[in-house]
Design a protein around this ligand. Structure first.
Ligand code: FES
Ligand SMILES: [Fe+2]
Length: 350
């Protein structure tokens, strides 16, 4: 089950090069992406309406895309504008066209009713393309349902276990933290102090440096994770009464991550790491990405293994714990939105 009336990341802007045609599967639908002459991105159904050949094997001609099987040509609207060998273009000769917005270095597609595609609903990624921040990026494919990845990002106690030696830094600080969860429009805000947390190795700090870190993220439908952290001297969390800090931190970091279903069984995950140029070197930023890549491979291994166990279990039942609070709230939010967009069922009387 997918939420269709939603913006999904289809790729990084750099994934769609000029004069190249990119094929993606999103929410089980084949999509082809390319750039028009003015650089704007077009997203069409990757399935020619003639004999169902993939348009991703086609040729860009100006703003249009020509199917390279028998030559039908399609405009960015999805309408067929040329049928070789005949003058009449049937009105049904068209493929689906998806609303596209390129924002914050990501290409976003609206997978539902185009009339409802409001760009204001696109979550704002943190620091992407900001000249004051170094940004590193990556992507990772999963053989797992997207909800398991959402669950993972909504319960960061796993940092102390799955990422024991990477993001967890051999500390129980994350595992023992207690987040405050607040519902927001189309998402949840999850904030906490991670107390007495070892500083990351990629920052060239004195060995053994520890901080109190305020970590707050918004988790937006259908799977967008927007985390900002602020690190302070140890003792700051207690001095703030465990409330949000107002002082200037020692340093900040930001990461944005987007979960896009490919099918019910496959998912792609796009992520960034941003660090302030005022505090770190580009090499620090590159080293952060090395840690991220290692850590996200750890998530990938655990979640794919979890998916295999679930698939092999006749009636999978899960035990609730307090750390499931956010993921349960988010699953309920998603289930409500998915239910709301289902066509109304006719009652027996009708
Ligand atoms: S399948 Fe595309 S033109 Fe025939
Ligand atoms: Fe993780």
């Amino acid at each position: 089950m997918f939420l269709r009336n939603c913006w999904y990341v289809a790729g990084w802007s750099y994934d769609i090069a000029v004069d190249s045609v990119l094929s993606r599967t999103m929410l089980g639908e084949p999509v082809v992406l390319y750039r028009k002459a003015d650089g704007g991105v077009v997203a069409l159904e990757d399935r020619c309406c003639h004999r169902l050949a993939p348009l991703s094997r086609g040729r860009i001609e100006g703003d249009d895309l020509r199917c390279m099987y028998h030559g039908l040509k399609f405009a960015p609207s999805g309408k067929c504008v040329e049928v070789p060998g005949q003058d009449l273009i049937p009105p049904t000769a068209m493929v689906r066209s998806y609303p596209v917005v390129e924002q914050d270095c990501w290409v976003w597609l609206w997978m539902g009713d185009p009339a409802l595609a409001d760009p204001a609903l696109i979550p704002a990624a943190l620091g992407h393309g900001d000249a004051d921040w170094f940004m590193q990026t990556g992507q990772l494919a999963y053989e797992a349902n997207y909800e398991l990845i959402n669950d993972n990002l909504l319960d960061l106690t796993h940092l102390s276990y799955v990422h024991e030696k990477t993001l967890g830094r051999n500390s129980m600080s994350w595992g023992e933290s207690r987040p405050k969860i607040t519902p927001i429009e189309r998402g949840l805000r999850i904030a906490r102090w991670v107390v007495d947390n070892p500083a990351p190795g990629y920052l060239d700090l004195a060995p053994g440096t520890r901080t109190d870190m305020w970590a707050s993220y918004d988790y937006m439908v259908a799977g967008v994770f927007l985390l900002a952290t602020q690190s302070f001297p140890p003792g700051t969390a207690a001095a703030c009464g465990m409330q949000a800090p107002s002082a200037e931190p020692l340093w900040r970091s930001m990461t944005s991550q987007a979960v896009t279903p490919i099918t019910e069984h496959q998912t792609i995950y796009y992520y960034s790491g941003c660090l302030p140029k005022s505090y770190v070197t580009e090499e620090n930023s590159r080293q952060q990405l090395v840690v991220f890549e290692k850590a996200f491979a750890e998530d990938n291994a655990m979640i794919e293994a979890q998916q295999r166990v679930i698939d092999g279990t006749a009636q999978p039942a899960m035990l609730g714990t307090s750390s499931d609070n956010a993921l349960n709230q988010f699953r309920r939010l998603m289930a409500g939105l998915i239910e709301a967009e289902r066509p109304h069922r006719l009652s027996a009387a009708e």
